[in-house]
Each structure stands twice: as C-alpha cells, then as structure tokens.
Design a binder for this molecule. Structure first.
Ligand code: ADP
Length: 418
C-alpha cells in the first residue's frame, strides 16, 4: 500500500502519518514521519462551530507557532484549515509522502481488538457503538468522514481506545448483573485510554531492560480523565474504567466508582433526570465537585495555603488510587513495576509520594529526590531497596497511533490481527 511511488524522475517513499483526534468541538493533530518517528507538525482546532474558533499550529521542523482566530463552521472547515497550515510549511496533505491518516476512535466494542483500515463496514460498526459512547464516537465518525473527503485515495486507520483492554478475562470484564440484559445492551467493562496503557506498559518494560512478556505492570494514567490498568506479560487483565469512562478512579470532573443506587436515590428524592445525573457525575464531580478545582497544580497551591476542602479532595483522590493499586497487586499476584503517566502522573510529585507512602509491605519504596526531580524523560523513581520499580513514563498516544497505523498499512493487511 505504501510502496515507493514515482514522481517524475524521483522515487518517493510514503512514510508520513497524520494522526487525528476528533472531539465534538475540537480536532487535535500531529504529523509524524515514521522513517524515524520524528514530529513534523502539531496543532489544535478548538471551539469548532462557534464564533470564537481558534487554530494553533506548531511547525516542528522550524518556524514559529501560528494562531488563527475567527469562526470555523464545522469539522470539514477545520480540517481544510489544518491542511492549509501544513501546506504552507511544505507538508501538504496532497504530498505523496503521506502514507495514511490514523484516527483515534474511542469505542471499538468487542469487535475491534486491533487497529483497522476503515471501510464502510468498519464505519457502520463504529456507528452502531454510538449508544455506548454517545459523547465520543459521533465526533470520531465526523473526523473520519471529513478526512476521507479530503483524501479519498489514502488508507485511513482507526486505532481504538478500547482495543488494548479486549484481552481482559470475562471475570474482569463482566458486571454481576443479569446476563441476558447485559448482552442485549452490550453492557460490560470495555476500559479506555488503551493506547496510553499499551504504550506506557511497553515503555516500562523497556526501562527495566525486559521484554513486555516478561513483566507485570500497574499503569496509572492520571490526567484530567484517569484510569489504572493491570498488565500481565504485555496483556491487559483488568482496568478501572468500564462501560464508559465514568467508572474507577476519582478524576478531574468525574466521580469514578460510586454506589449505583445513588442514581435512583437522586431520581427519587431530588427528582433529577437521567441527563442531569449524567452531567452531575461526569462534569460536576471528582476533584471539581469536591473542591471547585480540577487542576492538581491549583489544588496543591490551595493545600499549601491551608485550604481544607482542597486537602479533603486530594485525600479522597489518593485513597481511591491506593485502593486500586492494592487491588491490582491481588489481580496480578506479582508486580514488577508501577508506572505513573499523563498530566498528573508525570508532573505531580506530591501525588506520587502520597500514593506510594507506607507501601513498603508491597515492596514499594520511593526515592524522594528522584521523585521530586523534574524531567520529561521516562525514569525510575523508586529507591534501590524497593522490590517493585516505580517509574514515571510520559505517555505518547500520538506516536503509538502513528506507529500502529504505519505498521498496518505497510503490512498490507486490513487489521493488525496476525
Ligand atoms: P487530559 O489529556 O485527560 O485532558 P492531561 O493528561 O493533559 O489530561 O492532564 C491534565 C491535568 O494534568 C491537569 O488538569 C492538571 O491537573 C495536571 N497537571 C498538568 N501539569 C501539572 C503539574 N505541573 N503539576 C500538577 N499537575 C499537573
């Protein structure tokens, strides 16, 4: 599919991949060259459909970051604007060097266990999954259709957030509810952030000088959304998010685990609708619901000033995180490493310190200096006497999507299944 093409007398090998992450009102993008994994450009279009849309484009091959404000009506116009910016850096999407477009697709259900070349049948299945991912899959579909219209000749690949978790055993993936009801409505635990958990668990093995198949890792992806996963020998065996990204850890604006009876209680005593409760648990809970802020930097600043609500929010966040760490020790039996990643995991030393405190019984001992040192590199922060390595591993979902996309289109097959 990406065999060298001849342009006049010059042979061009297509090694570039455009990665698109389409949200309901935004598109994030990166252009990578898979020849060496280097980044050529990156950017973001936000507030699509509003008067105040904004495009921020950063050429990474030299040149200044550029910003454009003003209405961008829809995803089609957004992608056209991105294509124009790339073209003015000499990186146009019509280039024969572009091998494929890789799309982040949030929900792949049970069918998509690997990256997949998108055709009408694949798109129809992503569409069928909209009821279980109403906030995400519709935006992903719009992004795919828009990109197809722009380059109909180019392979477009879907890389699913759920794919890495499809190896979870039934014991971890099923809820203990009536099986017929669950199956009729596809209710089960799918998990999300899979691209990040896959990348970080592999990088952690690399950091330990081992093959992924040789190590058991607990990955803590702590961003605004947050999830934990238990990865045994490179395969996910449990993860904290479920049917939707609401389950599990305390997040920036989501409650994470909660007694489901809270929802009926709110319906009955507060006369709240399903949509209102959905908004409460997804947007007005978690750290923001507990203390009014969801940015860990701000919460730490308030704690330093003696703010009790911020302290309580932090304590609840850490308590839940430690419960999952303990649970995944039991799920895995043997743990070789714990990896912290994403905005909070990579940057918030106090979160890592509190999560790992008094865990010597589990073989976990943090080196305080290593933990406090700032770095963008993957690194070990445990003390040498600790049996279990503790690592900070910056996630790179775009690189993972580009690698999976490129591997698939150069293999010439339709899915990543061997
Ligand atoms: P997402 O991709 O889920 O939006 P990120 O992984 O980018 O989120 O994480 C964003 C969060 O990371 C912010 O809300 C903030 O809480 C946290 N964060 C970012 N930088 C720092 C920092 N230097 N110290 C503490 N927390 C940070």
């Amino acid at each position: 599919m990406t065999a060298p093409r001849t342009e006049g007398s010059v042979t061009v090998t297509a090694t570039r991949v455009l990665v698109l992450n389409s949200g309901s009102s935004s598109v994030k993008y990166q252009l990578l060259d898979m020849h060496d994994g280097s980044r050529l450009a990156a950017g973001l279009v936000e507030r699509i459909g509003e008067e105040t849309s904004r495009l921020v484009h950063t050429p990474l091959i030299g040149g200044e970051k550029r910003e454009r404000s003003g209405p961008i009506a829809d995803h089609g116009a957004a992608l056209k604007a991105v294509a124009d910016e790339l073209a003015s850096d000499g990186l146009g999407l019509d280039s024969p060097e572009l091998a494929a477009i890789g799309h982040r697709v949030v929900h792949g259900g049970l069918r998509f266990t690997e990256p997949t070349v998108i055709d009408d049948d694949v798109l129809a299945e992503v569409e069928r999954l909209v009821p279980v991912a109403p906030l995400h899959n519709p935006a992903n579909i719009i992004g795919i259709r828009t990109a197809q219209a722009l380059r109909p000749d180019l392979p477009q690949v879907a890389v699913f957030d759920t794919a890495f978790h499809t190896t979870m055993p039934e014991a971890a993936a099923r809820y203990a509810i009536d099986v017929e009801t669950a199956d009729a409505h596809r209710i089960r635990r799918y998990g999300f952030h899979g691209t990040s958990h896959a990348y970080v668990s592999r990088r952690t093995a690399e950091l330990l000088g081992k093959e992924p198949s040789e190590v058991n890792v607990i990955v803590l992806h702590l961003g605004n959304g947050a999830s934990a996963s238990a990865v045994a020998g490179g395969r996910c065996v449990d993860t904290s998010m479920g049917l939707t990204p609401l389950e599990g850890l305390v997040m920036g604006t989501r409650s994470g685990d909660i007694d489901p009876a809270v929802t009926f209680h709110l319906m009955r005593v507060a006369e709240m609708s399903a949509d209102e409760i959905d908004a409460l648990l997804n947007k007005k809970s978690g750290l923001v619901g507990l203390c009014g802020d969801n940015d860990m930097r701000e919460i730490r600043r308030r704690i330093d000033e003696g703010d009790e609500r911020a302290q309580l929010a932090f304590d609840i966040y850490i308590h839940r995180l430690r419960k999952y760490i303990g649970a995944y020790f039991a799920v895995l039996g043997r743990v070789d490493a714990i990896a912290f990643t994403a905005g909070v995991g990579e940057n918030a030393a106090p979160v890592r310190e509190a999560a790992m405190a008094d865990m010597e019984g589990f073989g976990l001992t943090l080196d305080r200096e290593r933990n406090a040192a700032r770095s963008d590199e993957a690194r070990i922060i445990s003390a040498s006497e600790g049996r279990v390595a503790v690592a900070v591993v910056p996630t790179d979902e775009e690189l993972e999507i580009a690698q999976q996309t490129f591997a698939l289109v150069t293999s010439g097959s339709r899915t990543g299944n061997p």
